[in-house]
Design a protein around this ligand. Structure first.
Ligand SMILES: CC[C@H](C(=O)O)C(=O)SCCNC(=O)CCNC(=O)[C@H](O)C(C)(C)COP(=O)(O)OP(=O)(O)OC[C@H]1O[C@@H](n2cnc3c(N)ncnc32)[C@H](O)[C@@H]1OP(=O)(O)O
Ligand code: CO
Length: 135
């Protein structure tokens, strides 16, 4: 089975604490964790919403993808992440299908995941992230 569900919706924010308060009001509950992902230069905060999650992302470095994104665009939905059972098999399948893989070797993600990103120019302008639960 390929994409099993939306694992999370990534939202780029300028001020994580402020956005945590905003989404706490929206969802009526607290975030369940925050986590810094050094490799991406981001601090993340997660809200569980039924079967899926909302991931707030703040840049921790000026050269992070989130910092670059917010230099050009306003806060908002940054990416869609999908849960996959076998990320290596999916990378091979998507490559064969002609999608542009940004990192063929899965990298460390937040919340105990291995992740791969597809370039938005190959996915109708949507930054797509594949997530596999680390065993
Ligand atoms: C892994 C930790 C955590 C997790 O879930 O576990 C995360 O999710 S971390 C999330 C942050 N990390 C990433 O986003 C890694 C993948 N992203 C990238 O490699 C870059 O951001 C990339 C390639 C998407 C854009 O790179 P860059 O900013 O250098 O290029 P441009 O600004 O020139 O953009 C090129 C082109 O893409 C459009 N663009 C950029 N970002 C997005 C986006 N988030 N969604 C949709 N489109 C995007 C940008 O508008 C340009 O399009 P153009 O038509 O040329 O204007
Ligand atoms: Co993400």
């Amino acid at each position: 089975m390929n994409f099993r569900k939306i694992e999370h919706i990534g939202i780029a924010v300028a001020d994580l604490e402020k956005s945590n308060q905003l989404f706490k009001k929206l969802f009526g509950k607290e975030h369940f964790k925050t986590e810094i992902v050094e490799g991406e230069g981001v601090e993340t905060s997660f809200f569980q919403v039924g079967e899926t999650k909302v991931e707030l992302l703040q840049a921790t470095r000026h050269d992070s993808p989130i910092a670059k994104y917010l230099e050009k665009k306003s806060e908002g939905v940054h990416h869609l992440a999908f849960d996959v059972e076998d990320i290596h098999a999916e990378v091979g399948r998507l490559k064969r299908e002609g999608f542009e893989i940004l990192n063929e070797t899965p990298k460390e993600g937040a919340d105990n995941k291995l992740v791969v990103f597809l370039h938005p120019r190959s996915t109708n302008g949507v930054l797509v992230e594949l997530c596999q639960e680390k065993k």
